[in-house]
Design a protein around this ligand. Structure first.
Ligand SMILES: *[C@@H]1O[C@H](CO)[C@@H](O)[C@H](O)[C@H]1NC(C)=O
Ligand SMILES: *[C@@H]1O[C@H](CO)[C@@H](O)[C@H](O)[C@H]1NC(C)=O
Ligand SMILES: *[C@@H]1O[C@H](CO)[C@@H](O)[C@H](O)[C@H]1NC(C)=O
Ligand SMILES: *[C@@H]1O[C@H](CO)[C@@H](O)[C@H](O)[C@H]1NC(C)=O
Ligand SMILES: *[C@@H]1O[C@H](CO)[C@@H](O)[C@H](O)[C@H]1NC(C)=O
Ligand SMILES: *[C@@H]1O[C@H](CO)[C@@H](O)[C@H](O)[C@H]1NC(C)=O
Length: 363
């Protein structure tokens, strides 16, 4: 696939969500034609053929800690969203939906071939996590209805790179939690998925005329960042139960500046006022940025104002981009409440996060 799309810069997914107006995506009418997410054995074989490979066929752990169940639930919850996304993209290209028309038939076939394999691979990731949950006697993950804040193929590719980067932050955090819980048997399988998702992002980046690999060390995340971003941006609220997954969904933080250039600058943000419309005391709040495997960058909230018409709190903060220690690739932005001097990891940021993650993607 050597034809490139126009380069698009995707920042602050929440801004783009204004575009979402189409009917939500649902698995109810079997859009994959393979009975997914409950394929029969014959349908599973079809999925494995499309995926160019199979589910792991060795034994899975007989028991795991409750926190490991939460990790498996988050993985299944994310992968079923990804399956929905790629199914919708395939439908749009196949049906020549406006914004998704690829006039060159050779290239169109190559894109579809790649996306069909990626979708099937995501289906197997989901089924692996879900089957493990069932074998452990834990609650498997039900599908939701989904919305995608994009309406063109270049935007869809940029969004796919963004949400895959988010999960690439969460999976190493999950590996560490598995190690701490003594559930290490699952770590190699998750490592194999990290590499697999990284291959996908490399392809999505080439399609955007970017260099294939964004950073020497990809941006760290947490399960909380990923679960919040998924629920804030892609899940139709109320379309599925989420409360059995023991992870918080933060209130959103939207990056209003867009596009964001690769330079040091001041960015604008907003987050919702509390439900009682009182103006919160933000004096103990800070903005934490998480980028690469580096210590979080902390900036004060500046020019904090309450917009009573939109019921949003608005502020600005420095974004001290310098292209090496800070700013390229994915950056998570979080409004935290508490002392920040000793923060060294994404997990420590997550523990005091109130609003987020704002999403910034550069180069
Ligand atoms: C997980 O398994 C349950 C029970 O078979 C099924 O209803 C659900 O759709 C599956 N979810 C995923 C994400 O595969
Ligand atoms: C498919 O097209 C519809 C209609 O434009 C759009 O709402 C949806 O976001 C698209 N899906 C993807 C994955 O790009
Ligand atoms: C169509 O796409 C193929 C594969 O990417 C490429 O080799 C070919 O040059 C393209 N044809 C035109 C007319 O652009
Ligand atoms: C993991 O194993 C170590 C060493 O046996 C033990 O000290 C620790 O309590 C275990 N952790 C959990 C969460 O079971
Ligand atoms: C409004 O709600 C916020 C957040 O729940 C709370 O901290 C604050 O005390 C409430 N203010 C009033 C006036 O009730
Ligand atoms: C780049 O910016 C970060 C964040 O402000 C800072 O910690 C780091 O020292 C800077 N690196 C260089 C090489 O200037």
């Amino acid at each position: 696939m050597h034809v490139s799309f126009a380069s698009v810069s995707l920042v602050g997914l929440s801004c783009l969500s204004n575009l979402a107006s189409a009917a939500p995506f649902s698995f109810a009418d079997d859009p994959t034609g393979e009975g997914y997410p409950t394929p029969s054995p014959q349908q599973l074989m079809q999925i494995e053929l499309q995926a160019h490979g199979s589910l792991p066929n060795g034994p899975s752990p007989a028991s795991v800690k409750p926190d490991t169940v939460t990790s498996l639930q988050l993985i299944a919850f994310n992968e079923i969203f990804e399956t929905a996304f790629f199914s919708s993209a395939i439908q749009n290209i196949t049906n020549n939906v406006e914004g998704y028309v690829i006039p060159n038939g050779t290239y169109r076939d190559a894109v579809l071939e790649g996306l069909v394999a990626i979708r099937a691979q995501e289906e197997l990731h989901t089924l692996f996590a879900n089957n493990s949950l069932k074998a452990l006697g834990a609650m498997p993950v039900q599908p939701c209805e989904y919305k995608f804040p994009v309406a063109t193929l270049p935007d869809a590719i940029a969004l796919a790179a963004m949400f895959t980067d988010i999960v690439l932050g969460a999976l190493p955090a999950i590996q560490q939690l598995l190690a701490k819980a003594n559930d290490s048997a699952l770590i190699p399988g998750i490592g194999s998925v990290i590499g697999q998702e990284g291959e996908q992002v490399g392809a999505f980046r080439l399609l955007q005329n970017k260099i294939p690999s964004a950073l020497p060390f990809l941006t760290a995340g947490t399960r909380e960042f990923a679960f919040s971003a998924l629920n804030q941006n892609f899940i139709v609220p109320g379309s599925c139960a989420i409360d059995y997954i023991k992870l918080p969904v933060y209130e959103p933080l939207t990056v209003m500046t867009m596009p964001i250039a690769a330079k040091a600058q001041t960015l604008s943000f907003e987050f919702p006022m509390p439900a009682n419309c009182s103006t919160p005391d933000t004096s103990s709040y800070s903005l934490a940025y998480v980028n690469q495997q580096n210590v979080p960058v902390i900036e004060p909230l500046q020019s904090v104002t309450a917009n009573m018409a939109t019921k949003m709190m608005q502020f600005t903060a420095a974004f001290p981009y310098n292209g090496t220690t800070f700013g390229n690739g994915l950056t998570f932005a979080l409004v935290v409440d508490g002392p920040t001097a000793a923060l060294t990891s994404a997990a420590e940021v997550a523990a005091i996060t109130k609003y987020g993650p704002g999403l910034i993607s550069i180069n």
